[in-house]
Write a protein that binds this ligand. Structure first.
Ligand SMILES: C[S@@+](CC[C@H](N)C(=O)[O-])C[C@H]1O[C@@H](n2cnc3c(N)ncnc32)[C@H](O)[C@@H]1O
Length: 243
């Protein structure tokens, strides 16, 4: 199995344990007042073993691939927010996009770079360690396509609205923002991580100045399918100050 030294049974057991480890790290770092610290700690602890990262499937998200295939968008500059091990970025690259991919975790970024060099040498991706909440100014309004999967649902609840503003700020005039997230009803109380988003939570993108152009509910392809939303937004085609 790619990026794993384990056989199928040990892999399944380790993958299950990784969710518990992620929850414990998230709790610990939250208590220490470092709510983002658990991401780097989890990647570092994995020491190159993919089974230790609960979201690392070594494959692009099927819904992103399906959406890209029918989007009708021409290629341009794309950014993958919170790219993890880089599989969504590589599908964007394979579709002809010029891809920038970033993640807060330095370990995730070196791991992603190595995976691409070893397994997908044709993928052309510029990887960066960067914080969504402290973006390089040259990225503001720079991308025709902004892709966000599963980051919002992993962030501290009180940061989600700000995160939507920063994600939106990456889109060029006329640019598209595609968001994939676990879904919940408005009245459901999420017990995360991950903390699924409600339709109302996603209004943050409209409040950030984007127009919603597609919204879909779907279930993923697991044995016990999980409810998701796909939401697509567009920035108006006028130049503006993104600050
Ligand atoms: C649940 S994972 C999703 C990874 C990937 N998008 C996927 O579909 O598998 C969330 C990712 O967001 C990254 N992340 C968390 N906070 C971030 C921040 N402030 N800026 C950039 N990346 C962040 C984490 O390191 C982690 O790789």
């Amino acid at each position: 199995m790619k990026d794993s030294k384990l056989g199928p049974e040990a892999y399944a057991a380790s993958r299950l344990a990784s969710r518990q480890a992620a929850n414990e790290l998230q709790d610990r770092f939250e208590t220490e007042g470092k709510p983002f610290g658990w991401f780097e700690a989890l990647y570092a602890r994995a020491d190159g073993e993919r089974a230790a990262i609960p979201w690392a499937d070594a494959a692009p998200r099927f819904k992103l691939e399906a959406w890209l295939a029918q989007s009708g968008l021409g290629a341009g500059r794309a950014v993958d927010v919170g790219c993890g091990l880089g599989d969504n970025a590589r599908i964007l690259s394979a579709q002809g996009w010029t891809v920038t991919a970033f993640d807060l975790s330095e370990t995730a970024i070196s791991w992603a770079r190595k995976r691409m060099a070893d397994q997908f040498p044709k993928a052309s991706i510029e990887f960066h360690t960067a914080d969504l909440f402290d973006l390089p100014s040259i990225w503001r309004g720079a991308f025709e396509l902004v892709h966000e999967t599963y980051n919002l649902q992993a962030l501290p609840r009180d940061k989600v609205a700000d995160a939507m503003r920063y994600i939106s700020s990456l889109a060029a005039p006329g640019g598209t923002v595609v968001v994939i997230t676990r879904a919940r009803d408005r009245d459901e109380v999420p017990d995360g991580p991950p903390w699924p988003l409600s339709r109302d939570d996603l209004d943050g993108f409209r409040e950030a100045g984007l127009e919603e152009i597609q919204f879909e509910e779907f279930f993923d392809q697991r044995d016990d399918p999980i409810r998701h939303f796909l939401a697509v937004y567009r920035r108006a085609n006028t130049k503006r100050n993104y600050e």
